[in-house]
Design a protein around this ligand. Structure first.
Ligand code: ADP
Ligand code: MG
Ligand code: MG
Length: 881
């Protein structure tokens, strides 16, 4: 392991003090640079200031930890020796880059400064050394721009204006056409702008430049966009960033130089071929920022065949070495290839699945590794809709297909507007010339993103893929007139708020709202899921209330239904009147009349669902929510109900008012209804059992499980279970056939957990309702927590929204206790979970460790749960060996 109080790790001349595995200490970038150096690849020499130094720096009130600067000086000397030039020297100056690099890559979120060490004197040295004044001044103006922006906070625009004006005067389109003297002429005005805007002089001393750059990179960990990115990706605040100080190589030295980015496979589709972009006579930032449109990597093959061949070889080697698809940054200086970064490539879900499966085929990884490779949450993208192939659409233009899936929404031109409209419940598409890291929140809020400029590795493309948003970049036909609130796509004018549709898989931009259909999952996905199913221990069921949901869930691999809520069946338009009559009726007679109407409808629903789930268990929960939820509120509706019931409106209104509860969540609901009004549950049981018996007579295998909600006392369950069995027996006798029936309970009150051993005397299974159990444990109403929960998460009181990620400390502990006590009484007790947490990977890992039998979640989360359950099992295996 690394030594204590060692803050600086050198990589130079084929020797690296750090290791590729030390990502936590060196950051991903530093670890990659160390590893590539050790592999003997051509990496400009440099050193990494560790994340530990960064954390100590913050802890000491932004002061370098003792020994760090000295260690840096020692490392710099070695770097100088390796390159043969000296930092700050006016004749043979070394130039440096200072690059951020966190443990997990946060593309573009933090800062990097290039060409450090230039001033009016050293630039002369650079001219002499290179014999290329154009290159020297180009580097100088780039340095002022980057340093001015990153370190001194001068907006990019201020420099761009000066550059644009110069281009106009010179009559050229791109930076690379500007002459040495024009570039030289930019220096003074740019420094002048810095002075004007900041009130401070641009620092000329190389050592000041270096120190200030390091400070700025440390500080960039805390900038808004980095903070926002960490929130979205669940990256802890306290990791800090490493800083890489590295000798510059120059892609802007002429036509035999350039810079590029390659992926060892296509990050959109996963297809195996060299994918990437190259920009001749340019420095690194130009590609990523989408300032100039880069060329396809095949251009490099044409321009510099040997460099291309070497690059192909390096890519293969790195992929084999890391056993994963790599994303590689490189620069070519006068025909020589230098590697500047390698990391495991971010990829879309289709690419993740395809790469994992194909790498097994290529013998790079085994099936366990393949299952661990794909983020469960990412699978969601695969299930995303695509444009109905039958639909007629008007394609206005095509850009580059940067992140797959189709999306439509109303056009907005700024990230702020996207966030605002999304909060108002609208679906929006973010339409921009290019995106920058400040736009991250807006990108998250949007259904999809279109940009006019930029390539497949531009900021918009990379971030959209990470977020799983569909995205089209480099749509040249798009001209935005933000000020006037419209854009033009080819001939078509589109105003803000009008609908557009994009297809991030083809790059098409379409007029209006195109109809979308479900995606086709493909054979790689099926293969991966098959492997996952082989490793997981948890069963995966679905929460489905309708035959449609049940059908979908089967397609996604659900092994039964863990929660079939019956109240949804009550809300249907043609039923609600009868349901209302059933609830409002004070006398037995009208209630029974209403129940008789509802019975065949419920029975029909159950039959359809049981048939789809033939051979699989179906857990039906008896009516749960507070009755008043079904009741009419408006006078007009009350009038309608009164007419339907043939009763005076006044009487119905009084009855409705009487049923009002001030805290319905803790009120007359769940099995409390079964106690006060057994008729309703009896009707439901009759519907379930008649459906089951009739199907069984047809030869369909059915496994009904009836679940009693909100039980807190043994006696409650005893009484309700008594009714259930009475009705079930009667139905089975009448139909002349028997079906296996289990009666169990939801566990959603702390009281039920604490007496789980007692409840298990009657309950044949437990199913944790973790939504209610979270509410009742935390004393927190999910529906009313919107006002303060975000603040709680932001201020670190809660790490996550406990309704999304299970609060393991409290609710998790209750689950553990309940399982233990329940199985004391009934060792074979089947235990599942049917709250939203059943589809959330971190929670699933916990359920696995707690020895639950199954999780149940919404149909779209079923594949996610299958994969997460497999990963939990593999991780546990890994921990034990
Ligand atoms: P990011 O994390 O945003 O990708 P980097 O630190 O990788 O930032 O820097 C961005 C780009 O700057 C790199 O892709 C590379 O092209 C260029 N760059 C960084 N360091 C050097 C260097 N020492 N020599 C030449 N170019 C560099
Ligand atoms: Mg980079
Ligand atoms: Mg509940």
């Amino acid at each position: 392991m690394a030594a204590k109080n060692k803050y600086v790790y050198l990589f130079a001349n084929g020797v690296a003090e750090g290791k590729g595995a030390w990502r936590d200490l060196l950051g991903g970038k530093g670890a990659g640079l160390a590893e590539m150096t050790a592999l003997g690849m051509r990496v400009p020499p440099g050193c990494t200031i560790s994340t530990e130094a960064c954390r100590n720096y913050y802890a000491a009130g932004n002061r370098y930890p003792e020994g760090m600067w000295d260690a840096l000086m020692v490392a710099l000397q070695k770097i100088e020796q390796a390159v043969g030039v000296v930092f700050g020297d006016r004749r043979r100056p070394l130039l440096l880059s200072v690059r951020s690099g966190a443990r997990e890559s946060m593309p573009g979120m933090m800062d990097t400064v290039l060409n450090i060490g230039l001033n009016d004197e050293t630039v002369q040295g650079l001219i002499q050394m290179s014999d290329n004044p154009r290159f020297a001044y180009d580097s100088y103006r780039r340095f002022i721009t980057m340093f001015g922006n990153v370190v001194m906070g001068v907006p990019h625009k201020a420099f761009e204006e000066i550059l644009e004006a110069a281009k106009k005067r010179a009559g050229v389109r791109t930076d690379s056409e500007l002459s040495a003297s024009v570039l030289q002429g930019l220096i003074a005005p740019m420094k002048g702008r810095v002075q004007e805007i900041t009130g401070r002089a641009f620092p000329n001393r190389p050592w000041d430049q270096l120190r200030m750059s390091i400070d700025a990179v440390f500080a960039s960990w805390h900038n808004d966009r980095a903070v926002a990115y960490r929130h979205l990706h669940g990256i802890p605040e306290d990791w800090g960033t490493a800083v890489n100080v590295q000798a510059m190589v120059f892609g802007n030295r002429g036509e035999d130089s350039g810079t590029g980015v390659v992926f060892t496979r296509d990050p959109s589709t996963g297809e195996k071929y060299l994918y990437g972009e190259f920009l001749q006579n340019a420095q690194g930032e130009d590609v990523v920022a989408g300032i100039r449109d880069p060329q396809h990597i095949s251009a490099l093959r044409r321009l510099m065949p040997q460099v291309y061949d070497e690059l192909v070889e390096v890519c293969q080697r790195l992929e084999r070495h890391f056993g994963d698809m790599q994303d590689i940054e490189f620069t070519v200086q006068e025909g020589t290839l230098y590697l500047l970064q390698t990391r495991n490539a971010k990829r879309t879900a289709p690419a993740a699945v395809r790469v994992a499966v194909e790498m097994v085929g290529e013998g790079l990884i085994d099936t366990r590794e393949a299952v661990l490779r794909v983020e469960p949450e990412q699978i969601d993208q695969l299930l995303h809709p695509m444009i109905d192939p039958q639909a007629e659409v008007t394609v206005l233009a095509r850009g580059l297909p940067a992140s797959p899936g189709a999306a439509s929404g109303r056009v907005v031109f700024t990230a702020e507007e996207a966030v605002r409209r999304r909060e108002g419940g609208e679906r929006v598409l973010l339409v921009r010339n290019e995106t920058s890291p400040e736009d991250i929140r807006g990108m998250h809020a949007a259904q999809g993103i279109i940009t006019a400029r930029g390539g497949m590795t531009s900021h918009a493309a990379v971030v959209a893929r990470g977020l799983g948003k569909s995205c089209v970049v480099g749509c040249r036909a798009l001209v935005i007139n933000e000020g006037s609130g419209y854009c033009r796509i080819g001939e078509q004018v589109i105003h803000a708020s009008e609908f557009l549709t994009i297809d991030g898989s083809t790059g098409a931009v379409m007029l209006g709202q195109a109809p979308l259909v479900e995606a086709d999952l493909g054979k790689d996905f099926t293969q991966l899921m098959e492997w996952a199913d082989g490793y997981r221990k948890l069963g995966v069921r679905c929460n489905a209330d309708t035959p449609q949901d049940a059908e979908l869930a089967r397609k996604f691999g659900a092994e039964g239904i863990g929660l079939c809520r019956t109240e949804h069946m009550f809300f249907a338009e043609d039923r609600i009147m009868a349901v209302r009559q059933m609830i409002v009726a004070e006398a037995d007679e009208p209630r029974r009349e209403a129940l008789e109407q509802i019975l065949p409808m419920q029975k029909g629903d159950f039959k359809a669902i049981f048939r789809i789930m033939a051979g699989l268990p179906v857990t039906v929960r008896l009516l749960d929510p507070p009755l008043h939820e079904f009741l009419p509120q408006a006078l007009e509706e009350i009038g309608e109900l009164a007419a339907y019931m043939r009763r005076p409106a006044r009487e119905v209104r009084t009855r409705v008012e009487k049923m009002h509860e001030s805290n319905p969540m803790l009120g007359h609901r769940g099995c409390r209804l079964g106690i006060t009004t057994p008729d309703i549950y009896n009707m439901q049981v009759q519907a379930i059992m008649e459906a089951a018996c009739e199907l069984k007579l047809e030869g369909v295998e059915v496994q009904p499980e009836i679940m009693v909600p909100l039980v807190g006392h043994l006696k409650e369950l005893e009484i309700v279970k008594g009714h259930i069995h009475a009705v079930a027996e009667q139905v089975m006798r009448q139909k002349g056939i028997r079906v296996p029936l289990l009666v169990g309970t939801m566990i959603e009150l702390p009281r039920a957990v604490l007496i789980a051993d007692v409840i298990a005397r009657e309950a044949e299974f437990f199913s944790y309702g973790t939504n209610d159990l979270t509410q009742t444990t935390l004393g927190l109403s999910r529906d009313d927590s919107g006002m303060f929960l975000p603040a709680y998460v932001e201020q670190g009181i809660l790490e996550y929204d406990p309704f999304v990620v299970l609060d393991q400390e409290s609710v998790g502990e209750l689950i553990r206790i309940g399982v233990e006590r329940g199985r004391q009484t009934r060792p074979e007790l089947k235990v599942g979970i049917c709250g939203e947490h059943g589809g959330e990977p971190r929670s699933i890992a916990f359920f696995h460790r707690t020895n639950l039998d199954y999780v149940s979640c919404s149909p779209f989360r079923v594949p996610i749960a299958r994969l997460a359950a497999a990963q939990a099992a593999l991780q546990q295996e890994g921990d034990q060996t």
